[in-house]
Design a protein around this ligand. Structure first.
Ligand code: GDP
Length: 425
């Protein structure tokens, strides 16, 4: 650890989740599309396994509301850490309001991928266009989820067409809904070629999966599977060649190709479901893990030298590199005073040491580092590359400032945001 003077960190535990299993994501949606509901459901299902490194499925089947009250699931934090299928997922709050353009832009820089939610009835709404364009600007990889397939008037393919027309994007259909509105039962997954249906009413109940294509869906499945495979093999020359010789990628290979295409922003995987359905967000979590990038797969963070704004610098995503972390949100907290949310892009930051605020030219003591979970916070000794943490009690820091190694300083962000969008009444 490169740090200034200070006591040795108490516990130098090794990284429990490897960096390639990190997903730093945002969830973006037009108001009312179901962002809150989906996020809460995500935290509910991942909450069972919130302890990093431990994975256990199942447990007691409890009513959603009961569990919610018992564990106090909320999404009030600027970033929430959870785990899913041995991956660590940080959900960064992405404001949905156009008025917060600046905040949206900053969030987009801190995260590596976005889940964009749509309402299956309303489809693409004007606000989604604004956020979409911002994400385009930073080439942020995206997956899309058409929520509320259970609502009267829901239409998956119409939403898909609206994405093509209004967002000028290439949505790649990954799942086809089985039934719609009150008959909505699940999805047919075009990668695994399995029907996933949600059985039972309780939220803890399990999935049913079968290889059978539901009656009446054969044609759509054939058509969209072909479109999917053709788009995916385009990503890789060898896969394309094999495909042209009649060889389809297997399930795992196909998933990898879609991952590559997604992080290269060649296309956008499109899923559907309903946050209201039992386990309705689990295939979405699987897609986050399968298709969105890890911090190792995004461009190295860029910055400039402290004494020369013209001198470009960058930092690799590695624990061994000098520290470079961005303060993206400062919140006041009733227990610990101020909380500074940091994304660590490179190097690591140990509790009890000092870090250098390169914008202010001041040292800050790192007295406490917290991982914010949905229902609790966890004190950690070291924040590593890829981590999103809250540091308590920093004395003089402003949103957008960099904490780094004083010996090897960098300024990550010179404020070059466009003016916030002015709302015309
Ligand atoms: P947000 O504004 O995007 O955070 O949206 P909310 O999560 O608050 O949801 C808006 C409304 O839609 C609420 O009344 C939710 O209960 C409802 N809602 C969310 N997801 C679904 C869904 O999958 N199906 C249906 N029918 N309603 C939903």
């Amino acid at each position: 650890i490169r740090c200034m003077a200070g006591s040795e960190p108490k516990a130098m535990q090794t990284r429990e989740v490897p960096l390639d299993r990190y997903r730093n994501i945002g969830i973006s949606a037009h108001i009312d599309a179901g962002k809150t509901t989906c996020t809460e459901r995500v935290l509910f299902y991942t909450g069972k396994t919130y302890k990093i490194g431990e994975v256990h499925e199942g447990g007691a089947v409890m009513d959603w509301m009961e569990q919610e009250q018992e564990r106090g699931i909320t999404i009030t934090s600027a970033a929430t850490t959870c785990t899913w299928n041995q991956h660590l997922i940080n959900i960064i709050d992405t404001p949905g309001h156009v008025d917060f353009t600046l905040e949206v832009e900053r969030a987009l820089r801190v995260l590596d991928g976005v889940v964009v939610l749509f309402d299956a009835v309303a489809g693409v709404e004007p606000q989604s266009e604004t956020v979409w364009r911002q994400a385009d600007r930073y080439k942020v990889p995206r997956i899309c989820f058409v929520n509320k397939m259970d609502r009267a008037g829901a239409n998956f393919f119409r939403t898909r067409d609206m994405m093509v027309e209004m967002l000028a994007t290439t949505p790649l259909v990954m799942q086809i809904p089985i039934g719609v509105e009150s008959e909505f039962e699940g999805v047919f997954d075009l990668v695994s070629m399995k029907a996933i249906t949600w059985n039972g009413e309780e939220l803890g109940a399990s999935f049913d999966t079968t290889d059978e294509i539901p009656k009446g869906m054969e044609e759509d499945v054939k058509k969209y599977r072909e479109i999917l495979v053709e788009a995916a093999v385009e990503v890789d020359d060898a896969a394309l060649e094999a495909y042209l010789e009649g060889e389809e990628p297997d399930e795992e290979a196909l998933r990898k190709l879609v991952h590559q295409g997604t992080i290269g922003t060649k296309f956008v995987p499109l899923l559907c479901g309903s946050a209201f359905k039992n386990k309705g967000v689990q295939p979405l979590l699987d897609a986050v893990v399968a298709y969105l990038p890890s911090p190792l797969e995004v461009p190295h963070v860029k910055g400039t030298a402290v004494d020369d704004a013209e001198q470009a610098l960058s930092r690799p995503p590695s624990d061994d590199a000098p520290l470079a972390a961005l303060a993206f949100k400062i919140a006041s907290d009733k227990y610990v005073g101020s909380l500074t949310f940091l994304r660590v892009y490179s190097g690591s930051l140990a509790q009890g040491t000092y870090a250098y605020n390169s914008n202010k030219g001041k040292r800050e003591r790192i007295s406490r580092i917290l991982l914010m979970h949905a229902n609790n916070r966890e004190d950690i000794a070291v924040a590593r590359t890829g981590d999103i943490v809250a540091v308590a009690g920093l004395k003089d820091i402003t949103t957008g400032e960099t904490l780094c190694d004083e010996e090897d300083p960098i300024i990550l962000e010179r404020m070059d945001f466009p003016d916030p969008v002015i709302k015309i009444a």
